[in-house]
Design a protein around this ligand. Structure first.
Ligand code: GLN
Length: 488
């Protein structure tokens, strides 16, 4: 088949690479279609910046490299980057007024590695301001719309990346996940998103929110594509002191391992209060599918998971309050136009540059870290974090992976969750995983009233290969991940 005008972007990365290798189409042709699609969907608001010239040039280079006989694993594959990853020469806003005009002088390691693997970056995706949010509504650049229903949120904070992949504007995007920001938008948009183990992927050049929790990962249609992307992203980086030296396994090869006899832990606490009954039904159906595939279900408990939310909402803001101290109007980023003296400049810059959710977090974090409250809040939360991590250790004695809902409900309406706590509750199943530093993946597992529902699989530390394998087997047996929203 020769390319003929309308490019089939319903293709996965694995399929695109096959076609590119077989010479059925060029990267330049794919990228033209990607750019055309992005420009035809301004209403989604999935992108903050589109780099047309850079994308066209990179696609031409990829085609030339292929003509010379090179075949990097992702050569010529278009990708969008969450606007939290620094990109040399292209602005990086982090969804904030504070960085509206910030242009980094270097590429984040994730970006550099994906470029080295042959990816063609096409632009930067919208996100919650400084990755704080679960709906993309905190972005200075306005909310992103869910391609399945434009009145609903795409999830957050990597909502632009999730919407772009779901709407088949790009085959792949990067995301970051501090408390669920890859998995929850993946679930709400009906795509596959992997949060790797803490330290698996370098955080260099990824704007910091909560450094002990932040982790970058891939978002795509399938687990197979996530495996291809993770292989390019993962591995030691001397510029990130928390990047692990552990060797990167062959994720592609692992996809095919049989899952006969696999023990899937089902968390008692996940199926109680707070979970939409319809989402619960979709989860039960997914678990039955795994039983048909030869897996065994094991009842497990994470007794401290109920403490995860308060624990996270002390620790993440505490770290954020420290990380965000750098935005002072002096070194880079926004500076208030008028001020009396230095202190007034700080105050006005930060008052004007940050949105309400970011300010709320800075205040909570500063409070929790202040003398007199440190022991009561910060230290207590650190102790809870240890207990939550130990729960997982115990659970993994009797199972190989844990399966359950990614989010308690499908995508909610824009504007529906106006009080912060009801928004925070959306991350109830994802946050414990970050606190424990574990890998987890969300994959499409059905629909509720036309809206996608995500299944979350949580793995042992550094067991991404198993997660990708278990997700891939489900995707061989189901077609939820192949469904695209109407009109895209
Ligand atoms: N929604 C969570 C928060 O607001 C998690 C965000 C994230 O993972 N970046 O903090």
């Amino acid at each position: 088949m020769r390319f003929s005008g309308e490019f089939p972007l319903t293709l996965t990365i694995a399929e695109l690479v096959q076609g590119l290798t077989a010479g059925q189409y060029s990267s330049a042709e794919i990228v033209q279609d990607v750019l055309r699609r992005i420009e035809a969907q301004p209403g989604l608001n999935a992108f903050i910046t589109v780099d047309r010239d850079g994308a066209e040039a990179a696609a031409r280079m990829a085609d030339a490299a292929r003509a010379r006989g090179q075949n990097a694993p992702l050569l010529g594959v278009p990708i969008a980057h969450k606007d939290i990853f620094c990109t040399a020469g292209i602005r990086t806003t982090c969804g904030s007024r504070m960085l509206t005009d910030f242009v980094a002088p270097y590429d984040a390691t994730v970006v550099a590695r994906l470029n080295a693997a042959g990816c063609v970056p096409v632009g930067k995706t919208n996100m919650d301001e400084f990755a704080m949010g679960s709906s993309n509504e905190t972005s200075f650049f306005g909310p992103v719309r869910n391609p399945w229903d434009a009145q609903r949120v795409p999830g957050g904070s990597s909502g632009g990346s999730a919407a772009a992949v779901a709407a088949r504007l790009v085959p792949a995007a990067t995301g970051t996940d501090t408390g669920g920001s890859i998995r929850q938008p993946a679930a709400l948009c009906g795509i596959t998103g992997l949060k790797p183990s803490y330290g698996r992927v370098s955080r260099y050049g990824m704007i910091a929110f909560a450094s002990s929790l932040d982790q970058a990962g891939p978002m795509a249609q399938t687990a197979e594509d996530c495996a291809l992307l993770l292989a390019a992203m993962a591995g030691f980086d001397e510029r990130d002191a928390t990047a692990l030296t552990a060797a990167v396994p062959d994720y592609q090869a692992a996809l095919r391992s049989p899952i006969q006899g696999l023990r899937i832990g089902v968390v008692r606490e996940h199926f109680g209060e707070g979970l939409d009954a319809t989402v619960g039904d979709a989860m039960q159906a997914a678990l039955r599918e795994y039983e048909r595939l030869g897996a065994k279900l094991v009842d497990i408990s994470l007794p401290n998971s109920g403490h995860a939310l308060p624990c996270y909402y002390v620790l993440a803001p505490a770290e954020a309050s420290s990380n965000l101290a750098r935005y002072d109007g002096v070194r880079y980023g926004y500076r208030a136009a008028e001020y009396r003296d230095l202190e007034d400049m700080y105050k006005k810059t930060r008052s004007q540059g940050f949105g309400p959710e970011v300010k709320r977090r800075i205040m909570i974090g500063t409070y929790a870290l202040s003398a007199g409250y440190y022991d009561a809040y910060y230290l207590k939360a650190q102790r809870l974090r240890r207990l939550i991590a130990q729960d997982f250790g115990q659970a993994f004695e009797s199972c190989d992976v844990i399966a359950g809902p990614t989010a308690p409900s499908p995508a909610f309406a824009i504007g529906a969750k106006s009080d912060p706590v009801s928004m925070y509750l959306n991350d109830i199943y994802t946050i414990p995983v970050n606190l424990a530093g574990l890998p987890a993946i969300s994959l499409p597992a059905g629909f509720v009233e036309g809206l996608p529902v995500g299944l979350q699989l949580i793995g042992r530390y550094l067991d991404e290969a198993r997660l990708l394998n278990v997700a891939h087997k489900f995707q061989e047996a189901t077609d939820w991940h192949r469904r695209a929203p109407a009109g895209f």
